[in-house]
Structure formats: C-alpha cells, structure tokens
Design a protein around this ligand. Sequence first.
Ligand SMILES: Cc1ncc(COP(=O)(O)O)c(C=O)c1O
Length: 401
Amino acid sequence: MQDVRSDFPVLKNNPGLAYLDSAASSLRPQSVIEAMDEYYTHYSANVHRGIHHLSEHATEKFENAREKVGAFIGSPNPRQIIFTRNATDSSNMVWRGWASKFLGKEKRILITMMEHHAHFVPALEFCKETGAILDVAPLTEDFRLDESKFHELLEKKPDFVALIHASNVLGTINNVQPLIEAAHRKGAVVMLDMSQSVPHMSLDVRALDPDFAFFSGHKMLAPSGIGVLWVKEKYLEQLSPVTYGGSMIAQVHSDEFALNDPPLRFEAGTPPIAEVIGLGAAVEYMAKIGWDAFGDHESEIIAYTLTSLKKLPYVRLFGPSDAKDRLGVFAFHVAGVPAHDVASILDEHNVAVRAGFHCAQPVHEAYKAGPSVRASTHIYTTKTDIDQLVAGLAKAQQVFK
Ligand SMILES: Cc1ncc(COP(=O)(O)O)c(C=O)c1O
C-alpha cells in the first residue's frame, strides 16, 4: 500500500508523521480535494434551483454523489440517502423527527454500553424529556457486547434499538445482522451507527437490515461537514423534517405549505455542495482500491499493531486481543502515565494519536477506566508508523519512571 500514501498530500507535507488518529478523522486523498476544487473553480453554483448551466452541472454532480454513496452501502434507492452535517446530526434527526412522534412515556429503548455519545446522549435526553425507559446492554470482560444480555433485554420488547456496528474505542465489530433480526422479531425499530464500519468494510444495508443508519464523511477519506442518514423506504414518510425553510418544500402559500419529496424535504436550505461532491469522490477512490486490497492491508496492520502492543508490558489494551472481527482502533493505558501526557510525548515524536474518552465515556466506565490513548489506522498506515508509535511509548514510559 506504499503507493497509496502518495495520494495523501498531508503525508507528503508532513514527512516523518505517523498519523494514527484516523478514527477521529481520516486524511483525504488528492482526488477528493481536486473534486471539491473543481466545483469551486469551474461550476460553483447552487443546486436544485438554478436554470443556468452551472447550476444544472452542480446539481448533476451533487445527485450523482448521492447515487454513488447509495450504491456504496447497497441502498435500494438513492432517495434513501439524506445528506446531513455529520453522524451526530443524523442520529438527532431520527430522535427528533421520528422517535418524538412514535415513542414516548413508558416506551422502551434499548442501547448498548458501547455506544458513542452520538447515540447515548440523544437517547438519555429523549428519555428525560418523554419518560421513555432506557435499557443498556452491558459488555463482556473480553471487550465485546454481551449478546446474551442483549437478547434478555429484547425480551422486554423494546420499541426502539440503537446499536453501534463497530466501537470507536474497543475496535470491536459487532455481528449486528442477527441482533437486528432478533430486535425486529420483537417488534423494535432499529437505528445502526455505521460511523466506524463504513470507512473500513464492504457493507450492504439490505443485508444488515436496519431501519435507520448513519455515518460521517470525515472518517471515510471525505471532507468534514457532511454526514449521511440512510432511511428504510417505509420510514421515509414517517420521518418528519427537523429543519424547515427553502428547498424542502413543494409549494408555499401565505397560510400553508406542502413538503417536497424525500430526500429533499430533509435537506432544508443550501446544502454543503462541495462536501457532498467530495464524499462522492471519496467513495469512488475507495471503490477503485477495492475491498480485497483494502481488507488485506488493514488485516496485516491490525495484526502487526496487536503483536507490537502486546509485547509492551506497561500497555493495557482495551479491546479484543485477536485480530479477527476487529478494527484498527487501539485504546490503551500506559502504566503510570496519564493519557494526555502519553499523547503529548507521542506528538513530540511525530506520532498523532487521540487522548480522552473519545466521545464514549460509558465504555470507559464499563471497565472502570479513566481516559485512554487511542491509536487508529487506515489504508495509508504502515508498519513503520506502528514502530514509531511503539518507540514513542517506550519514551513516554521512561520519562515518567
Ligand atoms: C462510532 C461513532 N459514532 C458517531 C460518531 C460521531 O461522528 P461525528 O462527530 O462526525 O458526528 C463517531 C465519531 O467519533 C463515532 O466514532
């Protein structure tokens, strides 16, 4: 994958950098930057409203990106792809635009302890506001979802299940398809957080079968400021817009208005046009590399990182210790060194990682753990990056001895 690295200008402009913070935001390839640049320099007009040829071209590129993103996740129809600001925005749209209509006092909601705050916080707020009852499925000692407890909680017949596909702290990939199927059998509507899985694996929403699913562009080689909410066809009419104004209406009179068709009814105002086009280019880039090459490279790096970290007696890793069913996301503690100090020392060694709770404090609490250091990989990560991480960790440990 060495040749892939030359596609990423940040790596060229920061020689010697080991960028291990891709679970926060990935780097972007030149083709994504060029697609956005081309929009601004050749046809930077608004979409869905102009008659002139620049606007028509921009609209075509914008809608073409919707088709590419839809095809990328197996959406039966591109109209099921709603462009949002980010994954958090997508999740909130469902709590505000669907849950507030169909769930309320005494309704049951099931989430897992592994959820990112993008699921956890809106769920807590929703239950506080409405009196809905929240059940939280626990995790196991080996850093996986406790599936038997999840199934036990399903016996309480939740009306709504919010589930993470892959953990942004533990790296654990949940086998969500049977869990979603079981939730459906109990009559629940399911929302799936695919923010960490979409950037790393071939997914098909038809096979996984959630009712709502979401992710962000900035973790999948695309720009920030763009997210996706995928909605199963039958919920497109049940979901209400949460933002009202221009573009989302078919007609407006002084005393009433009619909504536009989905997905435009959910995209009020001028959308992030360049970002959508950039997301389309990112999807094209990933498809060109191909999932086989992508997967082979990631598996090799994941196995190498695990082996390397396991050799360090002062590192306590939070996450499955085998490479199977695992992402390149490695959260850990270094004995005797606070996480933020580890990250600062690593930065001095040109290694970029994240420190903190990674917007998933309940996961840390499940293991009675304080803030952790998180190193995360992507298609451009090399074994040299991991060696640099390991050398930096040895230094951090020495400094605090
Ligand atoms: C699993 C998961 N869900 C949701 C999000 C939220 O993404 P965003 O900050 O782009 O809204 C993240 C980002 O860290 C994540 O890792």
